[in-house]
Design a protein around this ligand. Sequence first.
Ligand code: EPZ
Length: 402
Amino acid sequence: MSGAKNAVLPMMAASVMASRPCLIQNAPHLVDVEVMAAILTSIGVHVRWTGVTGSDLYIDPSGLRSHVVDEALMRKVRSSIFLMGPLLAKLGKVEVSHPGGCDIGPRPIDLHLKGLRAMGARFEESHGRILGVAESWKGVDIHLDIPSVGATENIMMGACLAEGVTIIRNAAKEPEIVDLQGFLNSMGASVRGAGTDVIRVEGLKSLKGAVYSVMPDRIEAGTFMAMAAITGGEIWIRNAIAEHVQAVIAKLRETGADVIEKPDGLFVRGPRRPLPTDVKTLPYPGFPTDMQPQMMALLTLADGTSVITETVFDSRFKQAEELGRMGARIRVDGRTAIIKGVPALSGAQVEATDLRSGASLVLAALAAEGVTVVTGIQNLDRGYEKFEDKIRALGGNIARVD
Ligand code: EPZ
């Protein structure tokens, strides 16, 4: 498994708060990571790939000279919003663009702003740009209306250099937040409680450099687990952490897949034909929304009808129409999708509209009869490192055609 995209991105943002260089090991070579590196470079932070396998990020923040995050770069990757807490904490000001929506629905940042405002930031918005200034920067006891991953991370990072203690209640509990806590504490921060719904941060005057290895990507692991299930194949997923994907393991077992948990990975054997089941996405430890499109692809071939309820994002069923071109029978009604299983899918020309819908189309294509052409695969490159190489190594017949 590659290192987790959604863990390394906030860590890269947090590194601007360090007084010494940081080394983030096992970082994945992904478009989102490269864009984040370009954003850091644009504000004076030195970033370079290093290490024996070339998968370590050396980040030296000593050249940090600007609080203004480039608009064009921000449009490319939403997680640049993670720079708000660290830059307000380090420089007392930040200028970013509103991250805007993407293909899974609007992406508001009201909870981010609410938390940072409570710590002392004042924001002005104009022409899509947000300018934040913090005369003072104090710890706060805040309850999040929604256990937002990004808001939890932004506040948690900013709190490390605040005056006094910060308590984040109804915090998101995703494993990436636990990993970020590990990184922050390796910088000398004092963060406790990540993985539970109450996180406590004791603000400090400064943070030192850190050497930290990123956790394996649980959504990449889940994607390959679903790949074994949909093809009826067998996949050994080395260094996948079973604890991080328990909801996915449970659902795949309901479809008839065998999942064997080992200390150093997961073995998955797909069923001859999947059984139907119902899926409801929820914040961790519920079934992850980032695995919903992949599960939808699997259930299009089930021997019966399944229902998927997407409770996290407003419109994350874009893949349904594309799967329909391959013969799937899916009826979308708001946040619910009814999937009537069919015995087989047939190859077609389909388009990936976002990262995980792209993954779901590749899974369907691997199980379909005939050839499928998936366009829009730049979306895949945002979150899957060497995706087609890994699939070919497993016996999949896939090639990138420019
Ligand atoms: C993170 O996005 C992930 N991205 C997403 O992964 C993931 O789908 C999501 O968490 C949920 O697990 C990164 O970590 C870089 P949220 P984030 O804030 O932080 C609403 C992928 O495919 N909300 O937990 O943006 C929001 O609209 C990506 O790797 C507010 O209303 O997710 C959504 O409905 C896609 N106000 C819900 O909360 C806010 O201020 C959950 O969003 C913030 C969020």
